[in-house]
Structures are given as structure tokens and as C-alpha cells.
Design a protein around this ligand. Structure first.
Ligand SMILES: Nc1ncnc2c1ncn2[C@@H]1O[C@H](COP(=O)(O)OP(=O)(O)OP(=O)(O)O)[C@@H](O)[C@H]1O
Ligand SMILES: [Mg+2]
Length: 276
């Protein structure tokens, strides 16, 4: 069965796109048919897997606003089992279109449902990974209402705990009102450098507060990870033996393990509060 997974945080620059691209690429590499949806007008996931964002013909905007069938916007990437639903700055105006209509929050869910119903079983995806923009506007709302689970990337820095508490409480509200089936795939610590006291302290605080809701795998800070998108390559293809590549391979294993175990219950509040 397909699993739709959103990568969400209203804070900018925390590693959402890096995680969405590399998780999607590692799942595809493990033989899971995967679609990466670029749901951010910045189009960074689109360029990160090798497409010039201003040259793509049909984008997520067309599927959401122009009623173009979802299948028609899909692009085959250079990587086996990985398709892309691309985006570019056209998507900016989708926020306004979607906000103007009461059923606007369900447009992605409807588009994906139609696609999944009509797709033959042998080409139906196993995973759909959605890279959300850095806000909790209409686009993220659409993504979360279409999703089975969510990954929250958190950068290991000052105020990480406060930021995490905010995103968890907003998503909890959204979940209660619109999608009570949404599960927590996990909290993902990104840009971790365990040589730094701050990074170690933040990791310890978050693990103490959220326990097993935090992935065991952390994403290490690595220059190779930040270089890869400029070559249009996920890290497992850009530098397969690098520590950044290993981080995403390990994360993917944890997510594949969830195929046979139930995912985490929704955490209503952290078990322990401490300063971030
Ligand atoms: N583990 C890492 N090590 C080093 N650099 C990283 C790592 N993860 C992300 N980066 C870099 O940090 C910057 C922000 O990452 P990314 O674009 O993934 O964040 P984002 O949350 O998607 O940002 P936005 O909110 O703008 O969409 C990028 O330049 C990226 O290459
Ligand atoms: Mg991004």
C-alpha cells in the first residue's frame, strides 16, 4: 500500500528539502517505487534531482489549480524507481487560489486519490514524499491532509526545542480538526555535529523530551550534502560513501522498518520540558 509522507517544518533552512530528496532517492534505491512531490515554490527539490525548474512544462500548480491529472505532471528522473512532481515559482499563486475556496485544503488529496485509483497496481508507487515550504499555509495544509505520516526535521541549534513544540502543537490542532489518521513518522535531527557542545546538548534535550519519537539516526552536518543539489544529484549518487549518504541510508532503513511495525502514536506534549 502506498504511504504518503510529508516533510514539514514552518522554520526555513532546517533540512526539509535535503531530507525529502535524499529519503526519496534512498527509498527508490532500495527498490521502492517513489514519487517526490516538490510542494515549495522555491523548486529546490526539482533542481536537486536534476531538472531546470523554469523549463519544466507541467508542474504541481497545474495539478492543483488547472485540474491537470497528477499522472501528467510526473517526470522520470535519471534514477531507477524515482519520479518527480516538479514545482517552480508558479506555485506561489496557488496559496491564494486554494485559500479562496473552502474545499481548497483537500485539492492535493483528491488529485492523488484519483491518480492512485486509476494507476495499475504494478506501477502504483510505494511511497510519496512531499517536500513542504517553510510555512504552515495552504500548501502545507494540503500536504498534511493528503498524508499518512509526517517527518519533522529539526536543526540542532538554539531554540530548537521551542520551534519543535510550536510545530507539534500546530500540527496536533490540524490533525484533530482535519486528519486524525495522520501518524508521526519521526522527529529528525539534522545538521548534527557531535564535536560541538551545543549540538550534543540540543540532541540530548530533544531526546529527553520526545524519547522514541525521535529517529535514532541523526543527519550529520556535511559539506558533501550541501554540494550535491548543485549537481542535481541525491547524495547516494553524488558521494555514496560519505557520512551524509550513510545518514540518509540509515534513516531510510528506519522508515522501511516501519513497514512492518506500527508508526509512533501522536505525542500530545513532550514528556519533559527543558530549555533548548
Ligand atoms: N546535513 C547537512 N549538512 C550540511 N548542509 C546541509 C545539511 N542539510 C541541509 N544543508 C544545507 O542547508 C541549507 C538548507 O537546507 P534545505 O534547503 O534542505 O532546508 P529547507 O528546510 O528545505 O529550507 P527552506 O525552508 O528554505 O525550504 C541548504 O543550503 C542545504 O544544502
Ligand atoms: Mg526546502
Amino acid at each position: 500500500m502506498v504511504k504518503v509522507l510529508s516533510v514539514v517544518n514552518q522554520k526555513g533552512g532546517v533540512g526539509k528539502t535535503t531530507s525529502a530528496i535524499n529519503l526519496a532517492a534512498c527509498l527508490a534505491h532500495r527498490g521502492r517505487r517513489t514519487i517526490l512531490i516538490d510542494f515549495d515554490p522555491q523548486g529546490n527539490a526539482t533542481s536537486g534531482v536534476g531538472f531546470a525548474k523554469q523549463c519544466v512544462e507541467k508542474t504541481v500548480y497545474d495539478a492543483l489549480i488547472e485540474d491537470v491529472p497528477f499522472r501528467e505532471i510526473l517526470l522520470e528522473t535519471a534514477f531507477d524507481n524515482l519520479q518527480l512532481a516538479p514545482a517552480n515559482s508558479d506555485l506561489l499563486s496557488a496559496e491564494w487560489h486554494l485559500a479562496g475556496d473552502d474545499s481548497g485544503k483537500y485539492v492535493l488529496k483528491q488529485s492523488l486519490s484519483q491518480y492512485l485509483w486509476s494507476e495499475p497496481e504494478k506501477t502504483r508507487p510505494d511511497y510519496i514524499i512531499i517536500d513542504c515550504p517553510p510555512s504552515l499555509g495552504q500548501l502545507s495544509l494540503n500536504a498534511l491532509l493528503a498524508s499518512d505520516s509526517v517527518v519533522f526535521p529539526v536543526q540542532c541549534e538554539y531554540y530548537a526545542l521551542e520551534g519543535l513544540a510550536e510545530i507539534l502543537s500546530s500540527t496536533t490542532l490540524l490533525r484533530q480538526n482535519f486528519n486524525e489518521h495522520l501518524a508521526l513518522e519521526g522527529i529528525l535531527l539534522t545538521m548534527v555535529d557531535r564535536r560541538l557542545n551545543l549540538s550534543r546538548q540540543v540532541e540530548e534535550d530533544i531526546r529527553q523530551a520526545y524519547g522514541s519519537n525521535v529517529f535514532s539516526t541523526v543527519i550529520v552536518r556535511s559539506v558533501r550534502l550541501s554540494e550535491a543539489p548543485s549537481h542535481g544529484l541525491p547524495i547516494i549518487h553524488y558521494d555514496p560513501g560519505s557520512p551524509g549518504s550513510k545518514s540518509y541510508i540509515d534513516l531510510t532503513q528506519e522508515i522501511i522498518d516501519h513497514e512492518t511495525k506500527s508508526v509512533r502514536a501522536w505525542p500530545l506534549r513532550p514528556s519533559v520540558r527543558s530549555a533548548g
